[in-house]
Design a protein around this ligand. Sequence first.
Ligand SMILES: [Zn+2]
Length: 281
Amino acid sequence: MNQCCSKKGYFAIFFYLILLVSSFASYSVITHTVQQNETLFSISIKYNVSISTIFDWNPGISPNTLKIGQSLKIPQPDGYLYEVKKGDTLSSVAKLFFADVEDIKKANDLSSSTIVIGQKIFVPSKIIGKGFNNEKSIIWPTYGTLSSLYGYRIHPITGERILHKGVDIAAPIGTPVFSAEDGVVDYVGENNGYGLMIQINSGKDSYIYGHLSQINVYSGQYVKKGQLIGRVGNTGVSTGPHLHFEVQKGSKLYDPLVLLPSRSNIYVLDERESTYGVGGE
Ligand SMILES: [Zn+2]
């Protein structure tokens, strides 16, 4: 009898230990205190993280307003957090980062694919982007559902018939937005109907990313294709969380779908325009 119960006790301790181990995060967060002469760039080199990562963990900072003594959160290794929303699965979260489910499980020490609303999933930078569709010169900037196409349409808010200058991709708030092409950041900030937006110039074309909740680049910065530049939001004139993606060449507008890779492969989008009411500017 005693032996039986002590065995049970051992099992209990064993399972408790497994739970404890599986709840350990596989990353840590350092608090860095800004020193004299430090810049976002020098801090990014010091900790081997991208500037985008520093922005993402410290919303609202700007390279021009860094102050000596200011605290910054820096993850180790380099990576991003995603907070699980209603309807998310581990597989859908992996797709948002164009990553592999198994890599995300490993990075979070998850023994199963069960996730719960509010859970914070850590996505190391090195596993992001495996699923990018590179068949054309630009890549899809975010993983979601095409909710509005380029062209003349009845505006979802004003009811007027006007040109929709880009495509809308519906995706949960916090979904990462990647630079579709290499280029220099021309503009970041609030811009009327576009809400929080980024404009990146590749030298050939100019790309606009609108309605963001978070901006992870600064004006004048050089960004690489596939770099995480911000997060999907619902800012500006918008009826729900989505990315407005627009392509300009000089004063001329392009239908982004002509330039983007096909949607028939994995990690590209479904077209469900009629069933999604999400749109805006
Ligand atoms: Zn739009």
